[in-house]
Design a protein around this ligand. Structure first.
Ligand SMILES: [Zn+2]
Length: 279
């Protein structure tokens, strides 16, 4: 794994420890970033963790309730995480959707090798396809609200119109499948949330940021308590040694690897640097 820019890591560390203040300003200067960029980097990392966790929760719903999947499961759960976040109708989660789309665009731009057969064989769509699929869900849910974002990507008008129908169809399909598993108001139980210590002090700071942002609790409250799950499901954030997040149907556990948070910070750091070179 490539190392995160020392500047950004150190600056974020000071941001968390000291909060907004003179130390933060100094750290931002040393990292050659503005204070606004530092805050953006933190939000971008947290928001991508939220989208990823909702995606994994989609696999969990399919597996726990034996839901049918017509088509590729990876595409289906990307659509579900988008629908759940968009239907929550919370401004912060709308921003999370934009950051998730940007995350896949940046991941596509950061690719160092040309696409090869393995990419086409993968269970997931290509990064840029996943990004556009998320944008399609966003404009499908509310074309007016996300107009500026779609414009900034030159997302075609004709496609936006199609997305409206696609979003409605995906939403109706998911909600009709999930309806019978919905918990009665106030009767759903939270899932078992745990943030394990990172295996490296440099990464612990990002683990703390995720904990502070309550990313696992968001899944527990947003999905766990909404459906009739059997007891024992775990949501765990930890160091895994790989850049990944996954649902394990045997152990009934969603794992978010801190390595993924580091990867998202590297992507946004790279973006800031390229932006600076252009300006
Ligand atoms: Zn997946």
């Amino acid at each position: 794994m490539r190392r995160l820019s020392i500047g950004l890591a150190a600056a974020l560390m000071v941001t968390v420890v000291a909060g907004a203040g003179p130390l933060q300003a100094k750290a931002a200067k040393e990292a050659k970033l503005t204070e606004k960029q530092l805050e953006e980097a933190r939000t971008f990392m947290v928001n991508n963790a939220i989208f990823t966790l909702f995606h994994e929760a989609g696999h969990m719903l399919i597996s726990e309730f034996g839901l049918p999947v017509l088509g590729r499961e990876e595409d289906a759960v990307d659509a579900l995480s988008s629908i759940l976040l968009l239907e929550a109708d919370v401004e912060e989660l709308d921003v999370a959707m934009q950051d998730a789309a940007d995350g896949w665009f940046l991941s596509d731009e950061a690719r160092e090798e040309d696409l090869n057969e393995t990419d086409f064989l993968d269970t997931h769509g290509l990064d840029r396809q996943r990004a556009y699929a998320i944008v399609c869900m966003m404009v499908g849910a509310d074309a007016k609200y996300f107009e500026n974002f779609a414009d900034s990507l030159d997302f075609p008008r004709e496609r936006r119109e199609e997305c409206e129908g696609e979003y409605q169809h995906a939403k109706d399909s998911w909600f009709s499948l999930l309806a019978q598993h919905q918990a009665e108001e106030g009767k759903g139980k939270p899932l078992n949330v745990s943030y394990e210590p990172a295996d490296n002090p440099d990464v612990q700071i990002f683990a703390d940021m995720l904990k502070e942002a309550s990313v696992l609790e968001l899944v527990s409250e947003g999905i766990g308590t909404s459906y009739k799950f059997d007891d024992g499901i775990k949501l765990t954030a930890k160091s895994c040694g790989v850049v990944n997040a996954f649902w394990n149907p045997q152990t009934r556990e969603i794992t978010y690897c801190y390595e993924l948070a580091v990867q998202h910070l590297m992507l946004i750091d790279g973006y800031f640097k390229r932006e600076k070179v252009q300006n």
